[in-house]
Design a protein around this ligand. Structure first.
Ligand code: FES
Length: 120
């Protein structure tokens, strides 16, 4: 897409030296370094309890597979729109994220490290 946009701008006479590009992608995850589970994840508001294992991916991916909606955006740990409150237990993020942790986590990158109760 950026190549097509660059060409279109050139075609209309925009100086090519004024066109700058940036590309973003999600960090690669070394799955072998993640806990295997199983851990129980309780979604308090939806009333569902789901066993998490490494193959289920992030809490967001697991929730979506179970029909639980969690607001999200970038799915790369950057926008924080998927922030969820952890009521009990602990989680970690699959990649380095700029998030203080504590009582919340970013569902798109979070995985449990203990049984969890989350406010979703
Ligand atoms: S969806 Fe953007 S940080 Fe999770």
């Amino acid at each position: 897409m950026t190549a097509a946009l660059r060409q279109a701008l050139t075609d209309v006479g925009h100086p090519s030296e004024l066109v700058h590009e940036e590309a973003f992608s999600a960090a690669q995850v070394d799955m072998s370094r993640l806990p295997e589970g199983p851990f129980s994840v309780s979604f308090l508001r939806s009333g569902k309890v789901i066993p998490w294992t490494r193959e289920k991916g992030s809490i967001l991916e697991m929730a979506e597979a179970a029909g639980i909606m969690i607001t999200n955006g970038c799915r790369a740990g950057q926008c924080e729109s998927c922030e969820i409150r952890v009521l009990s237990g602990e989680c970690t993020h699959r990649i380095d994220v700029n998030h203080p942790g504590g009582e919340t986590c970013l569902a798109c990158q979070a995985i449990p490290t203990t049984d969890l109760i989350i406010d979703s």
